[in-house]
Design a protein around this ligand. Structure first.
Ligand SMILES: Cc1cc2nc3c(=O)[nH]c(=O)nc-3n(C[C@H](O)[C@H](O)[C@H](O)COP(=O)(O)OP(=O)(O)OC[C@H]3O[C@@H](n4cnc5c(N)ncnc54)[C@H](O)[C@@H]3O)c2cc1C
Length: 427
């Protein structure tokens, strides 16, 4: 079966459901000729479109979004964003690499922060810090390695034991955690809506406009169910859905992952910290964060190329929540949803030129609020000749080749079964 034109989801995005209704922009209709067409209104696509508009203010720019803004992965995520990541070890090469990545992180994050302030986007952006937490011995070793790295880098932090964790986040589930001051939380649907609704005047956003075909006909020609768009330059900002157009099929895989927001909980049960976000010690583990004063969000489960049935997801996420908060076992999940992300074999994204006048960013590897923003911006700067992508490639690397089918599927299932066993109670 060919890869789908865009990710479709059975359940609406919980973050979007928490907001007042928004009227989507009308779909593209008829023949439309523009200088730049951007496919996808996520963080990457909106950053590329905005920056193209800034650098080429007389150009016409179309953004084509398959669904509505607030229902794509840019709204379906956990809302962790930061200008900087922590080094994973004390290895000098790792410290240098993290510092180089963080220069891009700062560029993307501070641009987002500037847009949030300028356009008064009410997305609850808050510097909460971040907790890396462990529920297993293997997880505790990860936390202690991170602790050594953070101490060596001179970053402010607090190592928390079980009691200190329980006091802060209201559960004694975790044996230890490392709190670091860097790290922000935000409401992702509110942010992506705010970015979409404040685009420069020369950008037209078309929603419910899935691009089904892309071909060269002199200029590029894109077809949606109701429109034919021609453009000199196209940016594919569709993350894993780039494969639908025949590109990067041997570099990027689609991963489905799931999240839920609980019903209201008495705030006193959620610990002394007014707002907090917790990342698991194992990469297949469960992310937990506070949502406003009285709810939690949990994110867990991974599936390769194909989604998991809704009932299975709901049961599994309820289990993740209640294992951590057994005294809240009477509290249910109000919203449950899934989203897609794109993984590459070596963790490096693809960011660059696919063909004459055709560019893409794909392979966010699970974190794209800031990365998609900065690399979408950099694509626009490259397209308009402001700078090249040499420093992007030097810092992020480039997505490596993934084995073809059936080895890819078999490999994924073997590795994920092993990793699930290793993750144990971190899940
Ligand atoms: C549950 C979950 C939790 C996550 N948590 C975090 C987190 O805490 N922090 C973080 O930084 N990242 C997180 N991520 C990853 C993050 O959501 C992605 O990295 C980010 O959305 C990538 O942005 P993007 O613009 O590149 O792609 P997307 O957000 O996927 O945007 C691409 C857009 O293109 C549209 N599209 C696709 N195909 C077509 C087509 N043919 N025609 C028209 N439009 C099309 C899609 O509908 C979509 O809106 C999470 C992801 C998930 C699923």
């Amino acid at each position: 079966m060919p890869p789908p034109a865009f990710p479709e989801h059975a359940d609406p995005c919980g973050w979007n459901a928490l907001l007042p209704p928004r009227t989507p922009r009308p779909p593209a209709q008829g023949d439309i000729a523009v200088k730049y067409a951007v496919v996808g209104a996520g963080y990457t696509g909106l950053a590329a479109a905005r920056r193209l508009a800034e650098l080429d203010p007389s150009a016409s720019i179309a953004v084509l979004e398959a669904t509505t803004v607030g229902e794509g992965a840019s709204a379906r995520n956990s809302g962790f964003a930061s200008p900087g990541d922590l080094p994973a070890s004390t290895d000098p090469a790792e410290l240098r690499h993290t510092a180089a990545l963080n220069r891009f992180g700062e560029e993307g994050f501070f641009w987002l922060q500037h847009l949030i302030q300028t356009h008064r986007i009410a997305c609850d952006l808050e510097r909460t810090g971040r907790i890396k937490a462990a529920a297993t011995e293997a997880g505790a070793r990860v936390v202690h390695t991170l602790h050594a790295a953070v101490r060596a880098a001179g970053l402010p932090h607090t190592l928390l034991d079980r009691d200190a964790m329980a006091e802060r986040i209201g559960t004694a589930y975790y044996g230890c955690g490392l709190y670091t001051e860097e790290g922000h939380l935000l409401q992702p649907a509110a942010l992506i809506r705010g970015l979409a609704d404040t685009l420069p005047e020369n950008v037209t956003l078309y929603e419910l406009s899935p691009v089904q075909t892309l071909r060269r006909a002199g200029p590029w020609e894109l077809r949606t169910p109701t429109a034919r768009i021609t453009a000199a330059t196209v940016v594919l900002a569709t993350n894993a859905a780039v494969k639908h157009f025949g590109y990067l099929r041997n570099r990027v895989v689609t991963i489905h992952t799931y999240a839920a927001i609980t019903e209201a909980i008495p705030p006193a049960r959620l610990g002394a910290m007014a707002n907090w976000g917790l990342l698991p010690a194992h990469r297949l583990g469960t992310t937990v964060r506070r949502v406003g004063a009285d709810r939690l969000m949990v994110r867990s489960l991974y599936a390769y190329e194909r989604g998991i049935p809704a009932a299975t997801v709901r049961t599994a996420l309820r289990g993740c929540f209640h294992r951590r908060y057994p005294e809240l076992s009477h509290v249910g999940l109000e919203y449950v949803w899934g989203g897609t992300t794109a993984l590459t074999m070596n963790g490096a994204p693809f960011c660059g030129r696919l063909d004459d006048g055709l560019y893409a960013f794909a392979g966010c590897n699970g974190a794209g609020i800031v990365k998609g923003t900065v690399l979408g911006k950099r694509l626009a700067e490259t397209i308009t000749g402001q700078r090249d992508l040499a420093d992007v490639a030097a810092t992020y690397g480039s997505a490596s080749w993934v084995a073809p089918e059936p080895f890819r599927t078999i490999g994924f299932h073997v590795v994920s079964a092993l990793e699930r066993r290793r993750a144990g109670l971190e899940m």
